[in-house]
Design a binder for this molecule. Structure first.
Ligand SMILES: Nc1ncnc2c1ncn2[C@@H]1O[C@H](COP(=O)(O)OP(=O)(O)OP(=O)(O)O)[C@@H](O)[C@H]1O
Ligand SMILES: [Mg+2]
Length: 227
């Protein structure tokens, strides 16, 4: 068995959810950003809750502010766009606006959109996920929607987020309870997962352990190359 495992190619024609967990500074946002940057052929939407989810100047993201109901049309129908919607934390309807922005990635149904949500806990709060968030987690494939979702810990995050994920990337997630919860939710032995994660973390900074749902397998990944 190769170790680290070769990273399974991302099929951009499939609609997918990836979740990235890890404590502060462990590398989850950088990993999500690299996936976002490398994802070909679709419109891309950053639901930027903290105002710091920057995809890189070269992507020339169109910045959107205020409630987002629908994405603007492409400037050139042949060329996918990148949008960065910046949430307003002072808005009394902050959570609803985030959910509405998720809706802008779902509808119209035939527009394929990849989202990057760096603060998963605000978009998919446990027991309080909004109607569009629920639709996305339950039925993303019917809406041609994909998502890259980051959160420091599973605590506070709707378990559907990682339960429905095609890939769950675990950077430094030290709390045994978090490992237990993730293992149980995706259906792999939590003790085995924890042993693999400890060995991964010994490799160094920004390494990750990935659960891949399709293969029902665990991968060990070296740091993603930053572009
Ligand atoms: N793959 C990598 N290669 C080199 N440096 C990295 C890599 N990933 C992260 N870093 C460095 O670590 C810093 C923190 O990474 P990142 O922003 O991804 O952390 P995070 O897990 O999202 O933390 P937070 O919870 O604070 O958002 C980055 O700004 C970068 O300097
Ligand atoms: Mg981050």
């Amino acid at each position: 068995m190769a170790d680290p495992w070769p990273y399974p190619v991302v099929d951009p024609t499939a609609n997918q959810i990836f979740t990235f967990f890890g404590r502060k500074g462990s590398g989850k946002s950088q990993a999500a950003r690299e996936h976002f940057r490398a994802w070909p052929g679709t419109d891309r939407l950053i639901i930027d809750i903290n105002g710091d989810a920057d995809p890189g100047e070269d992507l020339a993201a169109i910045v959107l502010r205020g409630p987002l109901v629908q994405l603007p049309p492409r400037r050139d129908p042949q060329i996918p766009e990148t949008y960065r919607w910046i949430a307003d934390p002072k808005s009394p309807s902050f959570r609803e606006e985030i959910d509405q922005a998720i809706g802008a990635a779902l509808f119209p149904r035939d527009r394929k959109v990849l989202m990057w949500i760096d603060e998963g806990g605000e978009a998919f709060p446990v027991n309080q996920t909004g109607p569009n968030g629920r639709l996305f987690l339950h039925q993303s494939r019917h809406f041609l929607a994909s998502g890259l979702i980051c959160a420091p810990r599973p605590k506070g995050l709707d378990p559907l987020t990682y339960g429905q994920s095609d890939r769950v990337l675990l950077f430094d997630v030290p709390a045994p309870m978090d490992r237990q919860r993730i293992g149980e939710t995706v259906g792999i032995n939590a003790m085995r997962l924890s042993t693999v994660m400890d060995a991964t973390n010994r490799r160094g900074k920004y390494w990750s352990t990935m659960y891949h749902a399709e293969d029902h397998a665990i991968y060990r990944l070296p740091p993603f190359e930053l572009t």
